[in-house]
Design a protein around this ligand. Structure first.
Ligand code: BMA
Length: 375
């Protein structure tokens, strides 16, 4: 009996420290120091608050484009966001500008600026349909199967990943270190609007695609400055969320995207659903040791004068997640429609956003800097 206890204690002493360390390492066990540090900080951040992020923040906003130093968030609050979202769509076609007309060379520069301010970088990729040549929104049967190993478009897909790896490897900080990136692969994968999502492939195919993509970037291309974010659109149960989940050893961050209908009468419904979904997400992330995040959100046009404080922040107060990212301020389009998800200078309800910004739970650039996320 005593001998057994002794052996158990001995085994615990030998293995426990390394178990502890491993669970604190991201998917990539050879990730750079800055990447591992970021991962560990993201894991603990929810206790303090959440980083506030914005897609394409430094490139353009409502009524402006490529004005050095500009940002709608900064114009309203005096500070840059803590997290910056960027998009690689069209890099696979060797275009010089992305799907939303952001030149890739400028994007690299903006990424460097955000990182130098201590901010976090996340990247999505609305890649074209590799089977048909259509856009990401043009699904076709068999697309995912066609790019898996052995598939007719597999070589093409590898060549697309080479371009992504090339872009990522150009991202370096002032000491020559790689800039860590949260790669948000195959986002909103439970919906059927993208060729990789929902009924357009089987869960098994998606999982295989996820595994292949990570193995290729990490093991073949030797890209070691990535954290991998798995994200669905809105979802209503743990089972639904996990239907396409590729496994704990393949995911660092678990998130979801949610938008409020452009209708103030829907604020209550949104709040309820948002609250419920965050609870589910925290449970999933908590039991699996992942970072919970709101990978995309928005309320296009922001027609509710107290949405930021009374709906969005109020709901988030009851939860602990690492970051939230608002979608892009594309502004007013030629067809008369508009797309913006954060206020801009002079926008009717920017005062409410200022209150939101001042709350201790919301973390913007200075907070990110003070958190020393890469150290
Ligand atoms: C969508 C919209 C589009 C955009 C696309 C890719 O949600 O914002 O205008 O082209 O994302 O970023």
């Amino acid at each position: 009996m005593r001998k057994k206890v002794f052996v158990r204690i001995l085994l615990l002493l030998i293995y426990a420290p390394s178990f502890g360390q491993n669970s604190d390492l991201p998917v990539d066990k050879d990730a750079t120091k800055e990447t591992v540090n970021l991962y560990r900080h993201l894991k603990r951040l929810g206790d303090k608050g959440f980083l506030f992020g914005h897609q394409d923040d430094l490139a353009y906003g409502v009524n402006w484009k490529y004005v050095p130093g500009h940002s709608d968030i900064k114009e309203v609050t005096g500070e840059y966001p803590a997290l910056y979202g960027w998009e690689l769509g069209r890099i696979e076609l060797d275009h010089t500008v992305n799907i939303d007309s952001v030149p890739f060379d400028k994007m690299k520069q903006f990424i460097g600026e955000g990182y130098a301010r201590g901010g976090v970088i996340t990247i999505s990729w609305h890649l074209n349909n590799p089977l048909t040549g259509g856009t990401a929104w043009q699904p076709a049967p068999g697309t995912v199967a066609s790019i898996l190993p052995g598939g007719e478009k597999h070589a093409l897909y590898r060549s697309w990943l080479d371009k992504v790896a090339g872009f990522l490897q150009d991202l370096k900080g002032s000491h020559g270190e790689y800039i860590p990136v949260v790669l948000r692969l195959f986002h909103e994968l439970n919906g059927s609007w993208f060729w990789w999502g929902g009924r357009n492939c089987t869960p098994e195919e998606l999982k295989q695609l996820w595994h292949f993509t990570i193995q290729y970037l990490r093991d073949e291309k030797k890209v070691h400055h990535l954290l991998y974010a798995f994200n669905t659109d809105r979802f209503s149960s743990e089972e639904a969320y996990l239907e396409r989940y590729p496994g704990d050893e393949w995911v660092d961050i678990t998130g979801f995207d949610i938008y409020q209908a452009n209708n103030i009468a829907k604020s209550g419904d949104f709040q309820q659903e948002f609250d419920k979904t965050l609870t589910l997400l925290e449970k999933i992330a908590g039991t699996r040791g992942k970072v919970p995040a709101l990978t995309e959100f928005g309320y296009n046009g922001l027609t509710d004068s107290s949405w930021w404080t009374h709906i969005f922040l109020q709901t988030l107060r009851g939860h602990k997640i690492a970051y939230v990212m608002a979608w892009r301020n594309a502004g007013y389009k030629k067809d008369g429609s508009h797309e913006f998800y954060v206020p801009y200078k002079g926008q009717a309800f920017s005062d409410d956003f200022k209150k939101f910004y001042k709350d201790s739970r919301t973390l913007f650039q200075r907070d990110a800097w003070n958190e020393k996320l890469y150290f």
